[in-house]
Write a protein that binds this ligand. Structure first.
Ligand SMILES: [Zn+2]
Length: 841
């Protein structure tokens, strides 16, 4: 009781002072002294911590200043974000440790290696990686980083000396620089001198897409495993270089909440994570509890959040011998807000983050030997497991698509997983693998569990609720062929120098050039060719020419009557082939077995002008994935048109308009529907994703039969309601569909089956005519992940893709996201097939 009163008094007195002045001392321990030579944040950035939202540039400026002034801190730039912001890392430890840093690192890594018995952990520093505000609009973390870095640089006395002697702290002050900058701009530009806690204030209602995500609107905190984004690439490099014992991830949650620290839900821990990991997490948690008790802050633990998907920052370390810890602070969004728990100020949120950053290193210091021993034992157990693994190797590849296989190998490479060449072309269990399009992963190696986490398929679970996706099986996401083998017989030499792919033109031709559509970057090549004003055609049938077989979707570029002469065309196509890493074949005859090159079964392909609808009401993740795909992978222009002015845009010059999944439950937009309807009728292709199915149906853009569930709760109590409803959510799982490869939607796919990612519950009835169902879920569709029994019944035999004619144009629907999180390389081609071949569907 006394504690509560003190807290209230503290909060009240603080609100009064928050309006006028904020003092760094609010955050810092007061029983110690601070080095006068170390500049305080306000001296450098011009405002007190928590007074304004720190912009990324100011944050970086302060960190550089600290590194310059303090012999406890070194700083390095590990790369740049999409917007060119530096991705900095501070290494913070005692000056003596700094002098021996490389030796300390080497010994730390040795602890995880075979010879580790000879390594003594008695005097070994523990490594703690502290990261802040991976979601840019959860800014208390990065803002706390200012005070925290100051504390580590300036605090004096035996306590801090002991801490820095025993720890190497890797501090990542901003996990998401572009998002942090975007949010700081928003919160600061709306701030009043008289801070206004009214929830209706604009400051607390950020505009679309908000600062949570990075430049292309990706959730950076889902990319620790797929490592497709520059931010994650930098930190994964650091992670594997240091193998930190503890990694913390400071977030924010809803404004009416309090403070959360892990462990999360006990039944929702990934089975590859050892039980001891959770016990240690709980013991570390006792330090957070004590520290938060001391400042009177409410908190909770062991509910709400989980430790399942290894692509999250707080879970990834758990499969790598470390301990990941998630912190979630109730968000003030801007500077001050009314909440169920009274007034919540920005400084209050910062102080909780500061306090738990500090309790983390306190726990690390006290639990040092225990946690280092855990890491040592984790790797010893894993070596044991790896040597006994029945599966000795995994072979994967795609004999028609070197790039997809290469990009999967690239992920392994970033995670320091060893892989080998394939000894020779081989057919294994009915799947044919080409030497230069395939890789072999030995299972007996250091990161054995990480390989399992990437390659396993799992369909049984102890819980039916997931905070994020329940499956991410990489070979399925990449749509590569793969087999698990009980020997290493197919493994050639280990690949130590992982080289980029190349492309070429077989020979100059005066007749025509051909390339199959399977390679990942063929849309990039085709776009380049069409943008040059060259004519190209697509083959609607298969054929054989000069003893080479050409599949559906082969692209043909005739040599005569083009804007380039024969020599210039050859030079240009060589550039295209190199840039897109594909093989282009020059042929000297049009006579083939099957369709000849002059056949009507070759259809002209036109340059496309694509627009995507964005803005409030559109799921920014899905829109960003498409933008990123066009802009970074295929080098294609895409016009982002905001819903706000879409109605006044002249659409006549666009060939394709993409409508990503919407977040709005009941969007009406009658005028828009009419406008799109008119535009499609003149020849446009309208492409919708997910719940656009309902919208298309409602506005008669498409005639769809959408399956309805008949779920009725029986013997489910009120208390069980949310778990019961939650169990019906398909949060992200993988399903098998069969393909009709003669349909243009499937051009570039070599197998008759494909794996699809799904995080919606939209199920479309198949058409009565089978040729209108080019992709259809099988009757045993679940490959990996969680889905309720009811929904599994609904998905069987349903169709994830529909195309219908409307006037001179087409309306296309995908129920599922074919571009998920930039690592679903295997289904990226579907959208490109609609863009380039929509007219012949
Ligand atoms: Zn977050």
């Amino acid at each position: 009781m006394r504690k509560t009163t003190t807290t209230l008094l503290l909060i009240i007195s603080f609100i009064v002072s928050a309006q006028h002045s904020i003092d760094l001392n609010y955050y810092l321990p007061q029983h110690i002294t601070y080095d006068e030579n170390i500049p305080r944040p306000a001296d450098i950035i011009g405002h007190e911590v928590g007074e304004w939202h720190v912009t990324h540039d100011k944050l970086m400026f302060y960190m550089h200043t600290l590194a310059e002034k303090s012999n406890r801190i070194s700083i390095e730039n590990r790369g740049f974000t999409f917007e060119g912001r530096p991705i900095l890392l501070l290494t913070i430890t005692s000056p003596e440790n700094h002098n021996n840093l490389e030796r300390i690192r080497a010994e730390h890594i040795a602890l995880t290696e075979k010879e580790s018995t000879s390594v003594s952990i008695e005097n070994m520093p523990i490594v703690v990686y502290q990261g802040f505000s991976v979601h840019g609009n959860e800014p208390s973390g990065s803002n706390a980083g200012l005070a925290y870095a100051y504390y580590l640089a300036a605090a004096q006395g035996p306590e801090i000396d002991e801490l820095l002697n025993n720890l190497v702290i890797l501090m990542d002050p901003s996990f998401n620089p572009d998002g942090l900058q975007r949010f700081a701009y928003w919160a600061n530009t709306n701030r009043s001198i008289n801070l206004n806690p009214d929830n209706n204030e604009r400051e607390y209602h950020e505009v679309w897409p908000g600062g949570r995500t990075n430049h292309y609107w990706f959730d950076v905190n889902r990319d620790w495993l797929p490592v497709q984004l520059p931010e994650s690439r930098a930190r994964i490099e650091t992670f594997h270089k240091w193998l930190p014992n503890i990694l913390t991830d400071h977030h924010e949650m809803g404004t009416n909440a309090t403070f959360f620290f892990q462990p999360g839900e006990p039944t929702r821990v990934h089975p590859l994570t050892p039980a001891m990991n959770q016990e240690l997490t709980a013991e570390i948690g006792s330090y957070h509890a004590k520290a938060l008790d001391n400042i009177g802050s409410l908190y909770y633990s062991e509910e709400g959040y989980d430790d399942y998907y290894y692509g999250k920052g707080s879970t990834f370390p758990d499969v790598n011998g470390g301990i990941g810890i998630l912190f979630e602070q109730a968000s003030s969004r801007g500077h001050i807000q009314e909440t169920e728990n009274g007034i919540l100020t920005f400084p209050f949120t910062i102080r909780n983050q500061f306090t738990t950053a500090k309790s983390t290193v306190e726990a690390a210091k006290n639990m040092r030997v225990k946690i280092l021993s855990y890491q040592n034992e984790f790797y010893r157990n894993m070596r044991n497991e790896a040597s006994k693994s029945r599966t000795k190797s995994i072979v994967f590849g795609d004999n028609k698509d070197a790039a997809k296989a290469w990009h999967l190998a690239e992920i392994l490479n970033r995670h320091k997983i060893n892989f080998h060449e394939l000894t020779a072309d081989a057919t294994i269990r009915g799947k044919s693998f080409k030497k230069d399009h395939s890789y072999v992963i030995p299972m007996n190696q250091k990161n054995h569990r990480l390989i399992k986490a990437m390659f396993e398929k799992r369909t049984t679970f102890t819980d039916s609720l997931f905070y994020d996706i329940s499956a991410w099986t990489f070979p399925l996401a990449f749509n590569v062929d793969f087999v698990e083998l009980e020997s290493m017989a197919n493994a050639g030499p280990q690949i130590t120098d992982f080289k980029p792919l190349t492309g070429s033109v077989s020979q100059q031709s005066n007749y025509a050039y051909l390339f199959e559509w399977h390679e990942f970057y063929t849309p990039r090549a085709l776009n380049q060719i069409l943008s040059k004003g060259l004519r190209a055609k697509v083959a609607k049938s298969r054929f054989t020419l000069d003893n080479n077989t050409y599949d559906y979707g082969t692209i043909m570029i005739p040599v005569q009557n083009q804007v380039l002469n024969s020599n210039d065309l050859h030079v240009f196509l060589k550039e295209v082939a190199e840039d897109s890493k594909i093989m282009i074949t020059g042929v000297n005859t049009g006579l083939s077995q099957g369709i000849d090159l002059g056949s009507n079964d070759f259809d002209p392909v036109k340059k496309q002008k694509v627009a995507i609808v964005v803005g409030s009401g559109i799921r920014s993740y899905d829109a960003g994935e498409i933008w990123h795909l066009f802009d970074t992978r295929y080098n294609m222009k895409i016009t982002k048109i905001d819903k706000e002015y879409l109605n006044s845009v002249d659409l006549s010059s666009y060939t394709d308009i993409i409508m990503p999944r919407s977040t709005a439950k009941n969007s009406n937009d009658k005028t828009l529907a009419k406008k799109l309807n008119d535009w499609v009728k003149t020849g446009g292709t309208l492409i919708g994703y997910g719940n656009m199915a309902n919208w298309f149906k409602k506005h008669e853009l498409m005639n769809l039969k959408i399956k309805k569930d008949s779920l009725v709760a029986k013997e489910i109590s009120f208390g069980q309601k949310s778990d019961y409803r939650g169990a019906q959510v398909t949060g992200g799982a993988i399903f098998e569909a069969k393909q009709d490869r003669s349909h243009p939607i499937n051009f570039g796919y070599k197998n008759n089956k494909v794996s699809l990612f799904r995080n919606t519950n939209i199920y479309i009835e198949p058409d009565k005519d089978s040729y209108n169902n080019p992709i259809q879920y099988t009757n045993k569709p679940l490959q990996s992940g969680y889905i309720s029994e009811e929904n599994l019944e609904m998905i069987k035999g349903s169709v994830p893709f529909k195309v219908q004619k409307l006037g001179k144009g087409r309306v296309v629907l995908f129920t599922d996201n074919t571009n998920f999180r930039a690592f679903w390389y295997g289904t990226n081609k579907f959208l490109m097939n609609v863009i380039f071949f929509g007219k012949i569907m």
